[in-house]
Design a protein around this ligand. Structure first.
Ligand code: NAD
Length: 317
């Protein structure tokens, strides 16, 4: 059956997360307990308040609890200076009990996000945004890759959606989503177009997409008439309007036209959390690998694992 004949199948991030938890993460955690007698610990730093970050934290904590992976959240006030935040991160870089550090974005405007991501020790950089990690994913070398981008790819593979030779249009060019998704899809041999706030008219680009990834942060920016029939749509956006969580895509508007479409909530968010845990486990393994050959094996296993999502039993038939 061609994709066009299956109208508007939901890309279910919660289903993916449950499967990934049971079949990949739990067994890996059990092995860690056997070998290292402990599980990794993640430190999450939140500066000021952001509804999107709060919803992500809630989801993350629920998920981490299921795996017994330790996660501590540090809430710093909005007026924290860049120097104070850098000193805080430096302490955690040297804390042997902490295996991964995640600084939630957006940060208050007086703090430079690049300066902060560059200050995180590359070995603890579970968001894959420190310079060495960016260099690696830009060159398609195995290393820590931003979790949201990996989550998008994992969802496509889970639903066995062909990527090679397809035209992927990504709306949003941020370092945390748009750019890493671009590199991951290029690695999968898609042809990629990246749109941003100056891409006008946006629908001229989105209508060309076989696979459309929306990572903007504008509620229901992508509407009826903006995609072609049978397109695959992954909505990364998390927006709040009157207390309601909305994606960048108008799901109801597009669900007649798209062949596959992810909802918000329940789409990309749970997949991101899965990949964050996966990155934390990788950081922990790399820390314990003594020889460079062992490190290389960890990276190979990690990539083999997520590369084969679509080929193993771990996918939707
Ligand atoms: P960002 O603000 O850093 O980047 C937004 C991008 O959208 C920019 O590249 C900008 O040029 C582009 N843009 C803005 N207005 C546009 C328009 N009208 N047309 C086309 N492009 C436009 O945001 P980000 O950190 O990449 O996050 C994007 C969204 O994804 C947010 O809603 C965020 O909350 C969400 N997010 C979700 C997850 C998840 O797990 N699902 C993870 C991270 C971020």
């Amino acid at each position: 059956m061609s994709l066009n004949e299956v109208k508007s199948k939901k890309i279910d991030g919660r289903l993916f997360a449950q499967e990934y938890l049971d079949k990949v993460l739990k067994p890996r955690c059990e092995t860690f307990v056997d070998i290292y007698k402990k599980l990794p610990k993640l430190s999450t730093i939140l500066v000021g308040e952001s509804p999107a970050s709060e919803s992500y934290l809630k989801l993350k904590d629920k998920f981490f609890a299921k795996l017994c992976v330790e996660s501590e959240v540090f809430r710093l006030p909005e007026e924290t200076t860049e120097e104070e935040l850098l000193a805080f991160i430096d302490k955690q870089n040297h804390d042997n009990q902490i295996d991964g550090i995640l600084v939630q974005v957006p940060l208050p405007s007086h703090i430079n996000e690049d300066t902060i991501s560059e200050s995180i020790a590359p070995s603890k950089d579970v968001e894959g945004l420190s310079p060495g990690n960016v260099h690696a994913w830009a060159k398609a070398l195995p290393n820590l890759v931003p979790a949201t981008a990996l989550g998008v790819l994992a969802l496509l593979k889970f639903y066995k959606i062909p990527i090679e030779g397809k035209h992927a249009v990504i709306v949003g060019r941020s370092m945390i989503v748009g750019k890493p998704v671009t590199h991951l899809l290029l690695k999968e041999n898609a042809t990629v177009t990246v749109c941003h706030s100056r891409s006008k008219p946006l629908e001229e680009y989105t209508k060309q997409a076989d696979i459309l990834i929306a990572a903007v942060g504008r509620p229901h920016l992508i509407k009826k008439g903006m995609i072609k029939d049978g397109a695959i749509v992954v909505d990364v956006g998390i927006n709040f309007e009157n207390g309601k969580m909305l994606g960048d895509v108008d799901y109801d508007d597009l669900s007649e036209t798209a062949s596959y479409i992810s909802p918000v909530p329940g789409g990309s968010g749970p997949a991101t959390v899965c990949m964050l845990v996966s990155n934390l486990l990788l950081a922990f393994e790399l820390k314990h690998a003594k020889k460079s050959e062992e490190k290389l094996n960890c990276l190979r296993d990690y990539y083999a694992n997520y590369d084969t999502i679509g080929e193993t039993g771990f996918c939707i038939e």
